[in-house]
Design a protein around this ligand. Structure first.
Ligand code: SER
Length: 590
């Protein structure tokens, strides 16, 4: 079974059980300000897990492209990647543990034919104010010998986007989970390691499936039950492929091994010896291909910075192996993924250009950094290695964008402890910036955020009325402090235009229009002239939010119930964000 077959079998298994397939959401989320990239299948479904009605019903299935920057430093072992595909099935209050667990077991053992004796289970042991999951344990006992079921606490068997209960912000949903592990019988594994996925650290067990019982909402007072008991299942396709092929290393599966082989051919390095470098290169270039395909360009900010970091890390490894020929590697990646992601073929030239151009820029940066140091520390090269101050090393990091490893690999040494102190301060500041920037947003239920969300619908409509229907939203980011709205437009708005937009939106606020949604066939929504992007392939029914009969827009919600709640709308700033797009910042409320 190859990767595409696993995906197809999974989707049809759940479709036969009443699930509607939903489209893969973009890797760069359109309406979720809380994150730079889609990092799990459930992320686009947050409003529905919180209780909003989903247009496709209460049983959903999909495969979602995901990117997790937090895993970047883990890459290099046999199982971690930053980019992966996640199979997902959801019950939005439809079924719960006693249906989910047997369905999952049937999929793994009958559809994928994984040998039962190699599967191990973990269940939530209770912690963080939530009790032990005896119910899941009892259900598993009817399917699996008891000695293969293990209990674990919040650090392993609790899932929320922010991790353990203590880290969850108010408004965040989460819950206990149950996980399935596959055991590899590779003889190289440490024989003293326990036959237990919770304690084993030798890599013998691979987590292949995770059913989250998403039933809690974090509030100021602790956990409260969500309006419905949800199931949020996620299974990494690349890991399932490793289990199906019984390969204890996902880089040796039929999906990724051809990429490794191409790198071996280009560099002359052998995977057996240089597996760490080759894994990093493979993962980072795969992620680089997908992120570039989402039209992100390397830069020093946000998504662009992550793309830059991934690409430059892979270039470093490439240079270490003394080659620069990237093209065949990019080509192999696109070939390997084209069956599941055919658009990569159309975007191939653009992807290649983005990556090769960044490689050129990187070489320029390295040479500028060298010139800077050579000027500042002339003639101190007797030993071949220059000692530079921690401040200068930090400057290479903060202004030239070189990582500490890259600085070391240019041959420079510096006081590591002093550098670490500077780095710590810098990270503290950027964490603060990031948390301010991504705080709030549609993913929470904060009143002010929801007000900002409704205001974006009014602004969108006002802009289209003013400039025509070719104008559309290209992004948005809403926090409790302000809303940000991006749209395709290639000039500055005049002072009068800004005033007129404010007047129109404020007029609609004064009219106190009711806001409601309707779930309707896609065709009908189009006839009504509802604004929005949709995927004709899977979505039969869509959810449309109406603001009076002024604005009609495809949207997941949530929104205020009456526009007067917005009180007042004011545009505070506009800017050009490139690619013929403009950005408006605005505030609502008193
Ligand atoms: N949300 C869970 C995960 O990402 C299951 O879908 O692992």
């Amino acid at each position: 079974m190859n990767i595409k077959e696993i995906i197809d079998v999974y989707i049809s298994f759940f479709e036969k059980r009443g699930h509607k397939r939903i489209a893969n959401s973009p890797l760069v989320p359109e309406n979720d300000p809380t994150t730079l990239f889609t990092s799990s299948g459930m992320q686009p479904l947050i409003p529905y897990l919180l209780g909003e009605k989903h247009p496709q019903g209460d049983r959903l299935v999909d495969v979602q492209n995901c990117f997790r920057a937090v895993d970047i430093d883990e890459v290099g072992d046999n199982r971690h990647t930053t980019f992966f595909r996640m199979l997902g099935n959801w019950s939005l209050g439809s079924y719960f543990k006693k249906e989910e667990i047997p369905m999952l077991w049937e999929f793994l053992t009958k559809e994928l034919n994984l040998p039962k004796e190699k599967l191990y289970i973990t269940v939530f042991a209770g912690d963080g104010g939530v009790g032990k999951d005896n119910e899941a344990f009892e259900i598993w006992k009817t399917l699996v010998p008891e000695n293969k079921i293990f209990f674990a606490g919040v650090d392993k068997n609790w899932w929320s986007r922010s991790g353990v209960p203590d880290n969850m912000p108010v408004g965040e949903p989460g819950g206990p989970d149950t996980e399935v592990y596959y055991r590899f019988d590779d003889l190289k594994h440490n024989s003293e390691c326990k036959d237990n996925p919770v304690e084993c650290e030798c890599g013998k067990f691979l987590e292949i499936a995770n059913s989250v019982f998403m039933q809690y909402l974090k509030t100021e007072e602790g956990f409260k039950e969500l309006p419905q008991k949800n199931v949020d299942f996620g299974g990494g396709v690349e890991r399932l492929l490793a289990a199906v092929e019984d390969k204890p290393d996902i880089f040796q599966t039929s999906l990724l091994y051809p990429v490794i082989k191409t790198i071996e051919k280009q560099t002359g390095a052998s995977y057996g010896i240089k597996n760490y470098e080759l894994r990093i290169m493979t993962d980072h270039l795969v992620a680089g291909v997908f992120i570039s395909s989402a039209n992100v360009k390397p830069s020093n900010k946000e998504r662009g910075y992550i793309l830059r970091r991934l690409l430059r890390r892979s270039f470093d490894n490439l240079y270490k192996l003394k080659t620069e020929n990237l093209e065949p590697i990019i080509e192999t990646i696109v070939q390997q993924y084209k069956d599941t992601d055919p658009y990569l073929i159309n975007n191939f030239e653009e992807i290649k250009f983005t990556i090769l151009e960044e490689e050129k820029n990187y070489k320029g940066t390295l040479s500028r950094a060298k010139t800077f140091i050579d000027k500042k520390y002339p003639g101190k090269e007797a030993e071949g290695v220059k000692e530079i101050s921690a401040e200068d090393a930090f400057l290479l990091y903060s202004t030239h964008g070189l990582s500490p490893t890259q600085i070391r690999s240019l041959g420079y040494v510096f006081k590591e402890e002093d550098f670490a102190v500077l780095m710590e301060e810098h990270q503290k500041l950027s964490r603060l910036g990031a948390s301010q920037k991504f705080r709030g947003g549609l993913a929470d239920t904060n009143e002010r955020t929801i007000m900002g969300h409704t205001a974006t619908h009014l602004l969108h409509k006002a802009l289209r009325d003013m400039f025509g229907d070719q104008l559309h939203q290209t992004g948005s980011n809403i926090t409790t402090e302000r809303l940000r709205f991006d749209f395709n437009f290639d000039r500055k708005l005049t002072g009068e235009e800004i005033e007129k937009l404010e007047d129109v939106v404020n007029g609609k606020i004064k009219e106190n229009l009711p806001v409601h949604f309707e779930i309707m066939p896609l065709k009908r929504a189009k006839e009504l002239g509802a604004i929005g992007l949709f995927d004709e392939k899977y979505e039969n029914d869509v959810k449309v939010y109406f603001v009076g009969d002024y604005s009609k827009e495809f949207c997941g919600g949530p929104h205020v119930d009456f526009t007067s709640k917005l009180k007042r709308f004011k545009i505070i700033k506009q800017e050009n964000i490139g690619n013929r797009q403009r950005r408006i910042y605005a505030v609502v409320g008193e």
